[in-house]
Design a binder for this molecule. Structure first.
Ligand code: AVJ
Length: 314
């Protein structure tokens, strides 16, 4: 396992993004900042909730079809995982891959990634594991190992966190990273009954609310702000026109908040838009992906058609 010395000045970028986002007429914060150590733990808790079907459903699909997926990846592939998190799903793939050249999980949450990679190395002693601590929406360095093919594994419907034009840009970058003939194994949450969608982001135990508010806790700690998280209410709903779940933090009172030396005023009821989670249909996604230079090779889904895993070729 090698170390990742890059990721320069992460706080400066965080500060700039927060100040810019809170200055917009509709205040917003980038969802990628949810994943500090506490946020990553809370997200792992979300994946265990009864209401949150995506992780469980994707795991079911992966379990049922891991052999075919690994066969599609081919022998001696370099597997690059984007937004790797806790490295749970990839094990199903690693168990079936034919002599993988290396595995490079990429994630912004450095501590969390390193701990997960260390645990993975215990179970896969022969595997070359190179964790890359980086924001995969910017350029990052990959290990230069000889491989027959490069495959990007992008599970969890993280693609859903990107606005359509950003998703296109990311898909084009993936096509470039893997090169002609390379692959993309993409997990995506599908459109479905709105009550099922909304329940998944409004769990009874309040874990998603805590996950959402933790962003303010993180801003307080890392940027010297004085948010009172309890004065912000968790709001999550499905926006039909945009086919997306929106998460917001709604100020319950009129207040002024300081972030470093800047101040921001909130009206009672004013929100910070913290996340979009777009829901796709397979045909729409296939069209998007085709426009980005890849073709749909295979689709696997669950019995309820809640979630899909796609194999695409660049
Ligand atoms: C990590 C993108 C899959 O959109 O469902 C879970 C994160 N946000 N609950 C999602 C999330 C609120 C999430 N993904």
């Amino acid at each position: 396992m090698t170390n990742a010395p890059w990721l320069a000045c992460p706080n400066r970028r965080f500060r700039a993004d927060v100040l810019a986002g809170l200055s917009l007429p509709q205040k917003r914060l980038p969802a990628k900042y949810f994943y500090d150590a506490a946020g990553s733990r809370l997200f792992d808790e979300i994946t265990e909730l009864g209401e949150y079907y995506p992780t469980r459903t994707e795991l079911t699909i992966m379990t049922a079809h891991a052999r075919e997926m690994a066969a599609r990846c081919g022998p001696r592939c370099l597997l690059i995982e984007l937004g790797a998190g806790s490295l749970t799903k990839v094990r199903l793939l690693l168990d079936r891959l034919d002599q993988p050249a290396a595995y490079a999980p990429v994630d912004v949450s450095g501590e969390h990634l390193r701990a997960a990679a260390t645990a993975l190395a215990v179970d896969y002693p022969a595997l070359d594991i190179t964790p890359v601590v980086a924001d995969f929406t910017t350029s990052f360095e990959l290990p230069s190992v000889p491989a027959d093919r490069r495959v990007v594994y992008f599970p969890g419907s993280t693609i859903g966190n990107f606005d359509p034009h950003e998703a296109d840009a990311l898909l084009r970058r993936v096509a470039r990273i893997v090169g002609p003939g390379g692959g993309l194994l993409l997990g995506v949450d599908l459109r479905k009954d709105i009550t099922v969608l909304e329940r998944a982001y409004n769990d009874a135990a309040g874990v998603t609310a805590a996950f959402n508010r933790n962003l303010l806790v993180r801003i307080n700690r890392e940027l010297g702000a004085n948010f009172v998280p309890d004065t912000f209410r968790h709001l999550a709903f499905y926006n039909r026109d945009q086919s997306r779940i929106e998460m917001h933090l709604v100020s319950t009172i009129e207040q002024r908040v300081r972030v470093g030396s800047a101040t921001f005023d909130f009206r009672a009821g004013e929100s910070i838009h913290t996340e979009n989670s777009y829901k796709y249909s397979v045909s729409e996604l296939a069209a998007r992906v085709a426009a980005c230079g890849m073709r749909l090779d295979e689709t696997w889904t669950d019995a309820q058609n809640y979630f899909a895993v796609l194999h695409l070729t660049a």
